[in-house]
Write a protein that binds this ligand. Structure first.
Ligand code: HEM
Length: 127
């Protein structure tokens, strides 16, 4: 099943109405990616033409999505190279948005930079 992005409610401010088709990623696809990136490595991809973000200990290369993000490119470029977990969640993105995000997965953050959500007392960069 493809996800069609483009059915954007009228009350949402958009700079684009482009439609993209995304084929959802399976758990097997995700397991096949065994590359690890430190947060410092992710931070190097901090431009519009090379835009990575971290979401919940996973690194995503969202460069191809910058210009089709329904709320405009700045939401992504403002967080290029950083952990955008809190901001991503605060918006209340739909499941479709999450499925799209998975298609840009490039690997987990390294063990040294991993934030364990089950570790009591840890300050999480997401809600
Ligand atoms: C990084 C990967 C991201 C993807 C794949 C993504 C995808 C999407 C999609 C598909 C929508 C349309 C509505 C929906 O389906 O939820 C959307 C809306 C929106 N996104 Fe993102 N987004 C990303 C990151 C972010 C970030 C980091 C922010 C904020 C800092 C942000 C802010 C917004 C806003 C404000 C809207 C429109 C308002 C709304 O839906 O309530 N997005 N995004």
């Amino acid at each position: 099943m493809d996800i069609i992005v483009g059915d954007i409610p009228d009350d949402v401010q958009t700079t684009t109405k482009k439609i993209i088709k995304v084929t959802p990623v399976t758990d097997e696809d995700l397991k096949a990616k065994d590359k690890k990136f430190s947060r410092a490595e992710v931070a190097r991809h901090n431009t519009k033409d090379d835009c990575w973000i971290v979401y919940k200990n996973k690194a995503y290369d969202v460069t191809k999505f910058v210009d089709v993000h329904p709320a405009g490119p700045n939401y992504l470029t403002d967080y290029a190279g950083t952990d955008a977990s809190v901001e991503y969640d605060q918006v209340g993105h739909t499941g479709d948005a999450y499925d799209i995000l998975q298609t840009f997965y490039v690997g987990d953050v390294t063990a040294a930079d991993y934030i364990d959500p089950t570790n009591p007392g840890v300050s999480l960069p997401w809600t």
